[in-house]
Design a binder for this molecule. Structure first.
Ligand SMILES: Nc1nc2c(ncn2[C@@H]2O[C@H](COP(=O)(O)OP(=O)(O)OP(=O)(O)O)[C@@H](O)[C@H]2O)c(=O)[nH]1
Ligand SMILES: [Mg+2]
Ligand SMILES: [Zn+2]
Length: 306
């Protein structure tokens, strides 16, 4: 039988078949994925072959199909072990909030760089729009004016007031979408708002820390009634960066990739080399200082939190 992994909780996997039935399955033996050193061999979104164990309604996963793509999170900054968050995605959405909790542009850019590196189209959904006053609204519009021209769609929504949720729901239709973002930004609330039947657990953010409490603990995929699937993930404290060579990082910044081969040196890192086109465009205001700042931080290995 063939199915898709919709939940993974350690050694058991929930598999959905084409008819819409779900089965609890385990892995037989050890699976190794080519070239990926991960703590989990199978992730949400993986397509698998499985066979049922008689009488029990449970199954054994016998084969994992090749992945179209996947997104990885490193366990810690220095750790070599990484966890596959999800596989076979059509797109990834970062749910961001300006406060309660604050999503920094450093975090946004790390997310976008990872998506570029894994060739997963990415967009940004700014939630909790209902809380923003003039000052935040201005900041939000500035952020949107940075990211939209780079090809990242941006939405302003409120899950609790149900503002602009049609746009959100349209963005999801007939696609497999990963929702990512800090704990407490409202990932589960957003899913509940467009698919009330799911009734996902949500929790107040902690007023002491102004952060979420990691209410969702496992990535899980849900079928949307309008078509498509959405993957709710646990809030991310750190989004470790993919491994890259210094000259390679700029390939994951669309505004820098556009200038490919235009610097004097082929292996320019756009730091302090003479004849650097990126620095020129920065000075001309065509590359946003936030983006360049975050690029530098990633290049020099600073700023891996928040
Ligand atoms: N004011 C306001 N509050 C919201 C909005 N969306 C979510 N919240 C609140 O934010 C809190 C956290 O929401 P969750 O949906 O649990 O957040 P999450 O991103 O799923 O968090 P984790 O599962 O911990 O990663 C809850 O108290 C929600 O009611 C919104 O649009 N506006
Ligand atoms: Mg949640
Ligand atoms: Zn350069």
């Amino acid at each position: 039988m063939e199915g898709i992994i919709i939940k993974s909780t350690g050694s058991w996997y929930k598999v959905l078949d084409e008819k819409g039935n779900t089965y609890d399955c385990r892995l037989r033996g050890k699976f190794k994925m080519e070239g990926i050193r991960a703590t989990n061999p199978v992730a949400v979104g993986d397509k698998v072959e499985f066979s049922l164990e008689h009488d029990q309604g449970t199954g054994i996963i016998t084969q994992i199909h090749e992945r179209k793509n996947h997104i990885i999170r490193k366990a810690t900054k220095l750790s070599r072990r990484s966890q596959v968050i999800a596989a076979n995605l059509d797109q990834a959405l970062l749910i961001a909030t300006l406060f309660l909790p604050r999503t920094s542009t450093g975090f946004i850019d790390r997310f976008l760089v990872n998506c570029e590196a894994y060739s997963v189209p990415a967009h940004i959904v700014f939630n909790k729009y209902d809380l923003y006053e003039e000052e935040e609204e201005q900041l939000l519009d500035e952020l949107i004016s940075i990211y939209e021209p780079l090809g990242y769609k941006c939405l302003k929504v409120s899950a609790t007031r149900k503002t602009n949720l049609d746009d959100f729901s349209d963005l999801l239709s007939n696609k497999i979408t990963l929702l990512s973002g800090h704990s407490g930004v409202g990932k589960s609330t957003l899913i509940n708002a467009i698919e009330p039947g799911l009734n996902l657990k949500v929790d107040e953010i902690s007023l002491a820390h102004l952060k979420g409490k990691h209410t969702t603990t496992f990535a899980e995929m849900f079928r949307l009634s309008k078509g498509g699937f959405i993957i709710d993930t646990p809030g991310i404290k750190e989004f470790g960066l993919v491994d890259f060579e210094p000259w390679e990082l700029c390939h994951y910044f669309p505004e820098m990739l556009k200038l490919f081969n235009q610097c004097r040196f082929d292996n320019c890192t756009h730091l302090h080399e003479p004849g650097c086109k990126v620095k020129e465009k920065l000075e001309e205001g065509e590359i946003h200082p936030y983006r360049y700042h975050n690029y530098l931080n990633m290049l020099t290995g600073q700023d891996t939190r928040n």
